[in-house]
Each structure stands twice: as structure tokens, then as C-alpha cells.
Write a protein that binds this ligand. Structure first.
Ligand SMILES: Nc1ncnc2c1ncn2[C@@H]1O[C@H](COP(=O)(O)OP(=O)(O)OP(=O)(O)O)[C@@H](O)[C@H]1O
Ligand SMILES: [Mg+2]
Length: 252
């Protein structure tokens, strides 16, 4: 299968701190890929580099077949980004936010594009209110809807459900699954292991500047054979695998 993202030896330092020390990863077309890591691991830095907002110090990466350093415009045409912090405009209504982005993307029928996305995200009733009146889950839905204007091939979601309650989180998971079903490649970062477990076709763990493990959930589970306790088989959870891999073995 064709690669949507291909990262080789990516490096990035801020002053004297080396945040990325040679990251390698691949994301296949149409899959949901989760980058897992603790606070400060470098997840947002990775996303900012892959979305051309930040330049790497070393290594290479292609996104949708385009080199991020030499073809940033082409990369930007193929992607969208929903950042860790909402990018919703507070003065405009939900509908106006969508129309504005559709116009910025030079789409032919901005009002129709907005209406379609409002329906798809269950925001039609709230469409003519300002986002300041929305719940956290509704704001996230609007934020993701905004990033879908213009049908990007690859979508980056940086911690899409941080701060949401379980119900709103499940709503976002549903949206992400539907996106992937429709053929969009999803690159998401999360600190929630359950989120990766629920959503991701493949998972990579970023720790101390490198990818220290990657694969499907089943492959990661194989790294840690199930433990037998009084004849009851216990499968390790992704959380246990994660903590064990990053060296907090007492967690198992
Ligand atoms: N512009 C910057 N200048 C200096 N240091 C930075 C800058 N951006 C990030 N860092 C540092 O790089 C490290 C990685 O940050 P990053 O935001 O990528 O982590 P993260 O994995 O997204 O964390 P979180 O889960 O908290 O969002 C942190 O130590 C952070 O302080
Ligand atoms: Mg972050």
C-alpha cells in the first residue's frame, strides 16, 4: 500500500534541548495512526514539522508523496491540521466559521460546503450561534469540521479529545472512524492509551526523542506475553505495555 507519510531520521532541537533525536515512522494511506507519548515527548513538535509549520534540523519526511522541506505548498494542499488548542473564531458563528474557511480555500460553493459539514457533525441547530455558547464537545466537532473543509487527504489531529468528557470523546472517536472509512488518512497524537487502543490501526510510542515501539495493537501485545494468574489469563492493557516499554516496569 502507498505511504501517506514517510519519516526518516527526523531531528529537532530547541536551543540545547534535543526533542527529536532521529524519528523514523511510516503511515499507510487510509489508516488511523496514533503517536503516543507523555507530556513533552515531542508529539506536537512532530505534528508541526509534518504540517510545515516548523522546520526540522535534520532528516527527511514526505507527506502525501511531497517532501516537507522542498514542497511545503504541495504538502499544505494535501493536509489539514486540528491543533491541540481550538482554532475556532469566537466572533463568528459556527456557520460563518465554516464559510470563512471555505472561502479561504477558494471553494466554489462555500455556503453549501458549510451546510453539509454542519449536518454531518450534528451542528445544524447550533449553526447560527457563536462557539462561546457551545459545549467542549461541540467546539471540538466544529474544530474538526473546519479542518475537513476542502476534503484533505491526510488529517492531523493533535490530542483531539483532551479535556472532553467520556461521552464527547466517544463522539469524536466516531467521527475519526468515519473519516478513515471514507479513505482519509488520520495521524493523531494522544496521551490517552485507551484512545489509541480504540481507534488506531497502528501505534507508535515516542519516548526520549525516538520511536521505541510501533505496530498494531496485536503486535505490541505480543511483546508482552499474557500473564497467567491462577489459571485466569490476563491480557496486558496498552497502558501496561506503554509503561513497561518506557521503563516503568513496576506497572505490570
Ligand atoms: N518553540 C519552542 N521553544 C522551546 N522549546 C520548545 C518549543 N516547542 C516545544 N518545546 C519543548 O519541546 C519539548 C516537546 O514539546 P511538545 O509540545 O512537542 O510535546 P508534546 O508531546 O506535544 O507534549 P504535550 O503532551 O504536553 O502536548 C518540550 O520540552 C517543550 O518544552
Ligand atoms: Mg502537544
Amino acid at each position: 500500500m502507498k505511504k501517506a507519510i514517510d519519516v526518516r531520521g527526523l531531528r529537532k532541537s530547541f536551543k540545547n534541548t534535543e526533542v527529536l533525536k532521529g524519528v523514523d515512522l511510516e503511515v499507510k494511506q487510509g489508516e488511523i495512526f496514533a503517536l503516543l507519548g507523555s507530556n513533552g515527548a515531542g508529539k506536537t513538535t512532530m505534528v508541526r514539522i509534518l504540517t510545515t509549520l516548523l522546520k526540522q534540523d535534520g532528516g527527511t519526511a514526505t507527506v502525501d508523496g511531497h517532501d516537507i522541506a522542498s514542497q511545503p505548498e504541495k504538502v499544505r494542499n494535501s493536509i489539514s491540521l486540528t491543533g491541540q488548542f481550538a482554532a475556532v473564531d469566537e466572533i463568528l458563528t459556527g456557520r460563518e466559521n465554516l464559510i470563512m474557511i471555505a472561502k479561504l480555500r477558494h471553494l466554489a460553493h462555500p455556503r453549501q460546503v458549510a451546510d453539509d459539514l454542519l449536518t454531518r457533525f450534528g451542528l445544524t441547530e447550533a449553526a447560527d450561534r457563536k462557539p462561546s455558547t457551545y459545549s467542549g464537545g461541540m467546539r471540538r466537532r466544529l474544530d474538526i469540521a473546519l479542518s475537513l473543509v476542502g476534503k484533505p487527504r491526510i488529517i492531523f489531529l493533535d490530542e483531539p479529545t483532551t479535556g472532553l468528557d467520556p461521552e464527547a470523546r466517544i463522539e469524536v472517536w466516531k467521527i475519526v472512524k468515519e473519516l478513515a472509512k471514507s479513505g482519509t488518512t488520520v495521524f493523531l497524537t494522544t496521551q490517552y492509551l485507551e484512545e489509541a487502543e480504540q481507534l488506531a490501526d497502528r501505534i507508535a510510542i515516542l519516548h526520549e526523542g525516538r520511536i521505541i515501539a510501533s505496530g498494531t495493537l496485536a503486535e505490541l501485545k505480543k511483546l508482552f506475553p499474557s500473564v497467567k494468574v491462577e489459571y485466569v489469563e490476563k491480557q496486558p492493557t496498552l497502558e501496561e505495555i506503554f509503561l513497561a516499554i518506557i521503563g516503568k516496569k513496576e506497572a505490570i
